[in-house]
Design a protein around this ligand. Sequence first.
Ligand code: S3P
Length: 170
Amino acid sequence: MKSIILIGFMGSGKTTVGKILSEFSGMPFVDTDELIEEKYKMSVSEIFEKFGEDEFRKREEETFKELVEKDEGYIIATGGGLPIFLKDKSLLNKGFTVYLETDIKTIFSRLENDTTRPLLSKGNKAKKIAELLEVRGPIYKNLAHTVMNGKIAPENIAKTILLAFNNLEI
Ligand code: S3P
């Protein structure tokens, strides 16, 4: 069975939508950042600090590959940089990949007080979000099998994704 893979910027709602999708579908929910933290017994910020971003990306791809190759049908919330840095982009075709599209304003309001994202921890947060989103937005769109408006109610996003997914599975 295929997994549903949620991709999108930090704060786009991947975890929130993913948990609802898991509830609606009965498929287990997995968050790649949480898996990495469990596997290496360290927070994402600590991995960035101690080993650098390149090492985090290596661990992230390895963890994601192991997960999708199990072919067990998970709801997967990916880290915002995963699809961008993934060397083997075809891994995203092991599931139904959905981009949760959001805008700078929404992301900023959700992450304004967040201190857990190393990429947004230094400098002007709004500027950093704008710069990253400009580069990443088209890549997410290009890699996804479908794009969802991440600003609507998460329950409605989950329902729409499941309908599309079930149609594919038939
Ligand atoms: C990152 C997003 C984070 C986490 C890390 C890097 C990124 O995950 O993987 O801080 O490069 O966008 P979330 O998208 O769950 O915040």
